[in-house]
Design a protein. Structure first.
Length: 112
């Protein structure tokens, strides 16, 4: 069964894509937690970070570089937060690794 993000990638579920390349795509979150809330989603369906393998090192680095690039393009010059939720206690709600980019306002600490 396809994950939510695989269904978005295929076009079955509409989204607001702001970037895509051969390894990933970036969409606006439909339930934003900040004025800017983007999701960097790998095309490879990794269920969660803890399941990544050594062979995924390049992909994981690429996701972070894309997060920085889309933050720059979106004008998040004052700063932004990059988050990967892992497991139920970590706030994971979709079993497909993805990177949250949050910004557009001052973000407090601790986060939750």
């Amino acid at each position: 069964m396809a994950t939510l993000f695989e269904r978005i990638e295929s076009g079955e579920i509409p989204s607001q894509k702001v970037f895509e390349d051969a390894l990933c795509f970036v969409i606006r979150d439909i339930g934003p937690q900040a004025p800017e809330h983007l999701l960097v989603i790998p095309r490879k369906a990794l269920p969660r970070l803890e399941m990544a393998k050594e062979e995924d090192t390049g992909l994981l680095g690429h996701l972070l570089l894309v997060a920085a690039e889309v933050a720059r393009r979106e004008g998040l010059n004052g700063g932004y937060r990059v988050v990967i939720n892992n497991g139920p206690d970590g706030g994971e709600s979709v079993p497909h690794l993805h990177v949250h980019v949050l910004g557009g306002r001052a973000l407090g600490w601790p986060p939750g």
